[in-house]
Design a binder for this molecule. Structure first.
Ligand code: UD1
Length: 423
């Protein structure tokens, strides 16, 4: 597996183009299953998870054609012949489960492998299943597969999620668009990626109210049509580079970002002494580097501080002046970056879901590895400011979610290279 080698200490200045949001693109691609007309998406990021979702859709019989411009593709689900999502594809990417709602809503049946264990906690799919059952799907678990049937179409329902789930909200929202009658989804997730999905569904002919709030009302219809849609900017990618600039010191402009979707992070950075300037879709981050102030933060569903930026902000606190406290409330076991940061000289103590961090004056380069996407990138950020050389192994996870990461960092002055695994 490839590794990334970097030498810390350079200032970080330049312009970084922000890619389309992976977490918006994945449900949008699954939504193509809702119609027999082509769905044309633009601004798809060039990351491995997008390729995995394309593979899964092709397995179902969706015709996928890449457009002329990078990031454009059309998805034509008029010839779907197979409603099974096999274990081998689902196990590699949990978001594969997003095909469940669209398949059962349009074809009255779906067979989707259970995602299985995951490095950042148990991550069950009970909320997805509960919502689809409430919409009238009959669901059995057979040999590790979810078997869902709705021979006489799904029926609108009023459902309150017992806890907030991004994926379950997306699955239920897509399914409800093709159900008979009205559905109301309460305690729904409000992430910008869900708003983006809702806008695309509306362009496909759906009637949805309440996007961006925690109550979604959907008027079901018999048929959706094709549409064109541009995926929103990746707030997690933008946030990651904003943190990189804050740590390393420098002056970075993130182009094509959406600062509105990053409010919790930008307020946190501004509160710790980083200068943030917003100008439309350009976000400028100016930082002296190193000794930003400590912070106290808790991850929350949107609009709270995103769990997907928790590992990265923890890297920043390891070199902040003074102490910080970070509490993770979304996923259990999402502190896997901690032992690796300790190996680089960080001072972190974990008590349950809370990490207490004392800033040190300098991290030291080391050989490290991580077992999930955001943990991996947090080690890259630590390496950018560490003394000497850092090698981050098993970067397979990074490639799942960050487009051209070493090129984007190198363009801002980072001393970074990819080392290809021996063939
Ligand atoms: C999505 C994001 C992921 C992000 C997460 C939280 C995508 C492709 N992934 O993941 O990057 O970290 O939101 O912002 O968009 N849960 C259950 N039962 C369920 C579903 C979830 O108990 O049926 C729990 C999870 O274990 C977790 C919490 O609910 O503790 C939130 O998970 P959820 O919002 O569903 O995350 P994902 O949609 O998987």
């Amino acid at each position: 597996m490839d590794a990334i080698r970097l030498r810390g200490g350079n200032r970080f200045s330049g312009v970084i183009p922000i890619a389309g949001a992976k977490n918006a693109a994945l449900p949008l691609m699954a939504a193509s299953l809702l119609t027999d007309e082509p769905l044309r998406l633009a601004n798809l990021p060039g990351v491995a998870d997008i390729a995995s979702m394309k593979n899964l859709l092709v397995t179902h019989g969706v015709a996928v054609a890449n457009g002329e411009a990078a990031g454009e593709a059309s998805f034509d689900a008029s010839g779907v012949r197979d409603t099974t999502a096999p274990y081998d594809l689902v196990r590699r990417m949990r978001a594969s489960v997003l095909v469940l709602g669209p398949l059962v809503a349009r074809f009255g049946r779906a067979r989707v492998s259970l995602p299985g264990g995951c490095a950042i906690g148990t991550r069950p799919i009970d909320l997805h299943l509960e919502a689809l059952r409430r919409l009238g799907a009959e669901i059995d678990l057979v040999d590790g597969y979810v078997e869902a049937r709705a021979p006489r179409r799904l029926a609108g329902a009023d459902f309150t999620f017992p806890s907030v789930s991004v994926g379950a909200t997306e699955n239920a929202l897509m399914a409800a668009c093709l159900a008979r009658g009205e559905s109301v989804l309460r305690n729904a997730a409000r992430e910008p990626e869900i708003v983006d999905l809702g806008r695309c569904l509306i362009a496909m002919g759906a009637t949805i109210e309440g996007l961006g709030t925690d109550v979604l009302s959907i008027q079901g219809t018999d048929r959706l049509r094709g549409a064109r849609h541009r995926v929103i900017a990746d707030r997690i990618e933008a946030g990651t580079y904003a943190i990189a600039a804050s740590m390393a010191g420098g002056d970075v402009t993130l182009e094509g970002a959406n600062p509105e979707t990053l409010r919790a992070l930008l307020d946190t950075l501004a509160g710790s002494g980083v200068e943030i300037a917003e100008n439309g879709d350009r976000l400028r981050v100016v930082s002296p580097g190193g000794n930003t102030a400590g912070m106290d933060l808790v991850t929350q569903p949107y609009p709270g501080f995103p769990t997907d930026l928790q590992a990265q902000i923890m890297s920043l606190t390891t070199v902040a002046s003074g102490a910080s406290r970070i509490t993770e409330t979304i996923f259990e076991n999402r502190f896997m970056h901690v032992p690796e940061l300790l190996r680089m000289g960080a001072d972190i103590r974990v008590r349950g879901a809370t990490a207490l961090i004392r800033g040190v004056s300098r991290l030291k380069g080391a050989e490290v590895m991580a077992t999930d996407l955001r943990a991996s990138v947090s080690l890259i950020l630590a390496g950018l400011v560490a003394e000497g050389e850092t090698v981050v192994n098993r970067i397979y996870h990074l490639d799942r979610g960050y487009e051209s990461i070493e090129a984007k960092l190198a363009a801002c002055g980072a001393d970074i290279e990819r080392i290809a695994a021996p063939a």
